[in-house]
Design a protein around this ligand. Structure first.
Ligand code: CP
Length: 303
């Protein structure tokens, strides 16, 4: 059985294949063909133990556009609340003849654990502060679409690196494709191991922006925050928030990204998030085609 558990388990060729397949699906969507019969015999369960807007809807749309049968599961309304374990939960869902499971879970490694204990194809839709592989794929796909290539580009990931599965998956994906990567944020929110991944560290936002072609602004994850780690929100915004004045003072126009959800006025001001420099909604749009590609390629191995 094949899985997508993290970018760590992919190589450059895998990413190219996913992007070529996503190009095809994006073209199909742009021709206003809303549905293709590709996954007609496949049933997919989306099981979410953590909140989501973009990832959940994007997977569901991708599945429906591929004509898969879809069931949705939210832990908050399930028997998980009565103490049922993850393995029991998923095995019960699988006994209803489900082929693939898309899972978001607060615990790092939850997808890997599940893949070792159940007989289905697992897609990691975010596991705690570990990985969010489809987010990184749609982010790189969006850079490729905007700048022609990811290789050789300077990309800075700004903000709460410590708690971010988006940061880790992006670092793996960008490095595989030959991008130069730096992280920028308060020292307290940058993990010690980051330089061992071949990533530069910059604590001055202006210097980081002067260096980069692309800035990926991360959300400050208050829900995962140990309060002793964190500068105050005001201090954070002053030092690491991006605003129009700062961008206008650079001698070039950089591409602004954000995985969402945005804390408007904290890591990014509205006049930047909603500007032509921002590709935030293109990222969301591309998520559907990229997830169609991932599901299609995985399903071709289980059919
Ligand atoms: N980017 C992202 O994962 O957003 P959601 O939490 O809304 O799915």
């Amino acid at each position: 059985v094949s899985h997508l558990l993290g970018i760590k388990y992919l190589n450059k060729k895998d990413i190219s294949l996913i992007f070529e397949t996503a190009d095809h699906f994006k073209e199909v969507i742009n021709r206003s063909i809303k549905k293709v019969p590709t996954l007609r015999d496949i049933t997919i369960a989306n099981i979410f133990f953590e909140n989501s807007t973009r990832t959940k809807l994007s997977f569901e749309l991708a599945e429906k556009r591929l004509s898969a049968d879809v069931v949705n599961f939210s832990a908050g309304q399930s028997s998980v609340k009565k103490g049922e374990t993850l393995i029991d939960t998923v095995n019960n869902i699988l006994s209803m003849k489900v082929d693939m499971v898309v899972m978001r879970h607060p615990n790092p490694g939850a997808g890997i654990f599940l893949s070792q204990h159940v007989n289905a194809s697992i897609v990691n839709a975010g596991d705690g502060a570990h990985e969010h592989p489809t987010q990184a794929l749609l982010d790189s796909f969006s850079i490729r679409e905007k700048l022609g290539d990811v290789g050789g580009k300077n990309v800075v990931i700004v903000g709460d690196i410590l708690h971010s599965r988006v940061a880790l998956s992006n670092i793996f994906a960008l490095k595989l494709q030959g991008a130069n990567v730096k992280v920028c944020g308060p020292k307290t929110l940058i993990p010690k191991y980051i330089e061992s991944l071949g990533v530069g560290v910059e604590t001055n936002l202006r210097k980081a922006l002067e260096w980069c072609d692309v800035a990926n602004m991360l959300r400050v994850q208050n829900e995962r925050m140990d309060i002793s780690y964190f500068p105050s929100t005001r201090e954070y915004t002053q030092q690491f928030g991006v605003n129009k004045e700062l961008l206008n003072s650079l001698d070039k126009e950089i591409v602004i990204m954000h995985p969402g959800p945005i804390n408007r006025g904290v890591e990014i001001t509205s006049d930047v998030a909603d500007s032509d420099q921002s590709i935030i909604l293109h990222q969301v749009e591309n998520g559907v085609a990229v997830r169609m590609a991932v599901l299609y390629l995985l399903a071709s191995k289980i059919k």
